[in-house]
Design a protein around this ligand. Structure first.
Ligand code: 3PG
Length: 393
């Protein structure tokens, strides 16, 4: 995969696909990590005389112009972070944008309007891709978080442009992932959590032959416990996946991969932050109660399982951490992973939110900016946005 270091961008218009799909509360960006992570690429290109046309999506406006999903507040934020003017374009394609692109001087920056205001973006429409591609001479993908989508700006444009490369963020995401999953320093431990086995089945199947240890927490652990004949009260279980869970556990045993499942829980009568809670062992979950966090014995057991790991990959929380009474397990694990000696790599919105809540973001080896994209990499898929960078038009 070529990177921007391989390109000559002096005096050229460069279309940079970023993922500035940032969380916002009204007009306030509540987490700007995706913007800050793209800055090294943008600065590098600016310093080498590129004329930047930055494009991104925000939300899912489904082909309609939705003012609340405009890129304008993001452009204003980027201006402050980059420390230079960022001109907000009225659209992402069309004559006005072409005029703006043509008027750019070396190092100047334009932010295009939300790509998903056109349904042609998500449909990877050839005419729309051609219009976008015609805006620039060079294409750069620095949008790892959307590289699992075969959309026009992710796939259709690079298919039409000869001079193209990965930005520094995309390069960093791929390199860290390879260090963790393809060429890890062992022992390699994976910590997988979250609510549903169904959304992680592909991940578990793919990583099982690669990891030395597999730690399973969150509500998805209930399905694994039930597959072993253990009652989990009224907790979330995917009954249709009991067989798949059992098969995975057997596969792990046959491959000599140690699987760590919770041995105790914080349970509650309702899924409610004010509900009465108690700690129980896995054999003592009352019939009508819900397991909403791993208990203290499990925290100690999981931390022990990770103690001598040299590489740790984490995706998915250990419980309903957004409610304080059920956050302890996830927080404790985040702290343990952060303070351990292993190379730690995390991805997915929930795990990253948990790491921030635990206040340990700076101690994690690498926090991926991807949610779905990170999961698809963990499933062993080749992301279409990455593949499109190597195909020649
Ligand atoms: C994300 O936030 O995961 C990416 O921006 C992709 O967004 P999407 O799921 O709406 O395609």
């Amino acid at each position: 995969m070529k990177t921007i270091r391989d390109l000559d961008v002096q005096g050229k218009k460069v279309l940079v696909r970023v993922d500035f799909n940032v969380p916002m509360d009204g007009a306030v960006i509540t987490d700007d990590i995706r913007i800050r992570e793209a800055v090294p690429t943008l600065r590098y290109l600016q310093e080498r005389g590129a004329r930047l046309l930055i494009c991104s999506h925000r939300g899912r406006p489904k082909g309609k112009r939705v003012d609340e999903l405009s890129m304008a507040p993001v452009a204003a934020h980027l201006e402050a972070v980059l420390g230079c003017p960022v001109v907000m374009a009225p659209d992402c394609v069309g004559p006005e944008v072409e005029r703006l692109a043509g008027s750019l001087a070396d190092g100047e920056v334009v932010m295009l309007e939300n790509l998903r205001f056109y349904e042609q973006e998500t449909k990877n429409d050839p005419a729309f891709s051609a219009q976008l591609a015609a805006l620039a001479e060079v294409y750069v993908n620095d949008a790892f978080a959307v590289s699992h989508r075969a959309h026009a700006s992710v796939v259709g444009v690079p298919e039409r442009v000869a001079e193209k490369a990965a930005g520094f963020l995309l390069q960093k995401e791929v390199e860290y992932f390879q260090r963790a999953m393809e060429d890890p320093v062992r022992p390699l431990a994976a910590v997988v959590g979250g609510a549903k086995v169904s959304s992680k089945l592909g991940v578990l199947e793919h990583i099982l032959p690669r990891v030395d240890r597999l730690v399973i927490g969150g509500a998805m652990a209930n399905t694994f416990l039930k597959s072993r004949g253990i009652g989990v009260g009224a907790s979330l279980v995917e009954d249709d996946l009991l067989e798949a869970a059992d098969r995975l556990l057997k596969k792990a045993a046959a491959a000599g991969v140690k699987v760590y499942l919770p041995v105790d829980f914080v349970v509650a009568e309702q899924f409610d932050a004010d509900a009465v809670t108690k700690n129980v062992t896995y054999q003592d979950i009352p019939n009508e109660w819900l397991a909403l966090d791993i208990g203290p014995a499990t925290v100690a057991y999981f931390i022990e399982a990770l103690a001598d790991a040299r590489t740790v990959v984490w995706n998915g929380p250990m419980g309903a951490f957004e409610m304080d009474p059920f956050a302890r397990g996830t927080m404790a694990l985040a702290q343990a992973i952060a303070s351990g000696h292993a190379l730690s790599i995390t991805g997915g919105g929930d795990s990253n939110a948990a790491i921030k809540k635990a206040g340990v973001a700076t101690e994690i080896g690498f926090m991926s900016t991807g949610g779905g994209a990170f999961l698809e990499m963990m499933e062993g898929k080749i992301l279409p946005g990455i593949a499109a960078l190597t195909d020649q038009p």
